[in-house]
Unconditional design. Structure first.
Length: 134
């Protein structure tokens, strides 16, 4: 009985659509001074890009982040690991935080879901910003 329940829970966690799970928690963002820093994926961070850091989603995964307080939303690409601050679930680029309206406070409660381009259309171009020269 217990083994069946554990198998059912384990099986349902890994077979449910990725977009069906919503993660709720606190978002923060990288300041403009972080521009040029190398991310965990090897890409350079740019404050105008629509990117983020997430602890578990693979690099290149598109995530839809919604600020339930004001209804604003943004689609970002995972290119870094983190955040490592207690209670935080995602670190956003400065531009993504601006679109969500969280620059003034610095943090906000958000809802994060996987963005599926097959059902929701192609995500906005996150790499449309020219690369920073060093």
């Amino acid at each position: 009985m217990v083994l069946t329940a554990l198998f059912t829970i384990h099986f349902s966690l890994f077979t449910s659509p990725a977009g069906a799970q919503t993660q709720k928690g606190i978002a923060s963002y990288y300041g403009k001074r972080a521009t040029g820093r190398k991310t965990s994926s090897g890409e350079r961070l740019h404050h105008d890009s629509l990117t983020c850091a997430h602890r578990t989603h693979p690099f290149g995964t598109w995530l839809k982040v919604v600020n339930p307080h004001n209804g604003q939303q943004v689609v970002v690409k995972v290119n870094d690991r983190g955040p490592f601050g207690r209670g935080r679930i995602i670190d956003l680029s400065w531009s993504a935080a601006r679109q969500l309206g969280i620059l003034r406070r610095g943090i906000a409660n958000v809802e994060v879901t996987v963005y599926d381009p097959l059902t929701e259309g192609p995500p906005p171009p996150a790499d449309s910003i020219p690369p920073v020269q060093y």
